[in-house]
Ligand binder design. Structure first.
Ligand code: HEC
Length: 136
């Protein structure tokens, strides 16, 4: 009795897990949405780290953002311009992480501002490309 109930639970787990995996593989937009939301979460944590001068928080989330920017889902447009924006972004994350290791709060703040500018610049570029594609 107990054993069959456990087997039942395991079966449900497999089915649910299977759907989740299929959902990700079949729908690149969904994987993208997730990564973009994670990106926002890390950027918000960075602001918190800066505000309360917590270098461990800053280093952790700057590193996480750098890693996210290397994921396949990040590469939404395969253009040299998009790659350049990604490289700029990653460089600012790396600088922020290094500044956190050196306990340089002003350096972290400057890198944060530069990183934020690269969020805005890349989004501006992506919007322009999409408008151009839509009106073609
Ligand atoms: C190299 C380019 C690039 C950079 C840099 C970048 N993004 Fe994005 N971002 C994108 C693209 C492309 C999308 C749209 C993905 C899609 O097609 O769904 C996006 C989507 C988003 C979304 C989801 C918007 C929505 O409508 O759901 C958020 C939130 C976001 N980005 C936040 C940020 C933040 C915060 C930063 C900086 C810390 C940042 N992004 C930096 C390319 C970038």
């Amino acid at each position: 009795m107990v054993r069959s109930r456990i087997a039942g639970l395991l079966a449900v787990g497999f089915v649910v897990g299977g759907f989740a995996a299929v959902g990700q593989a079949d729908d690149p937009q969904r994987g993208r949405d997730i990564i973009m939301q994670q990106k926002l979460g890390h950027a918000q944590k960075l602001l918190e780290g800066l505000a309360i001068k917590d270098f461990a928080i800053i280093e952790k989330h700057a590193d996480e953002l750098g890693i996210l920017s290397k994921r396949a889902e990040w590469l939404v447009l395969k253009t040299p311009e998009y790659t350049r924006h990604s490289d700029d972004f990653r460089r600012h994350c790396e600088t922020m992480s290094r500044m956190a290791k050196e306990k340089n709060l002003d350096g972290c703040a400057l890198a944060y501002v530069q990183m934020t500018m690269s969020c805005v610049n890349c989004h501006k570029y992506v919007r322009e490309v999409r408008i151009a594609q839509a009106t073609r």
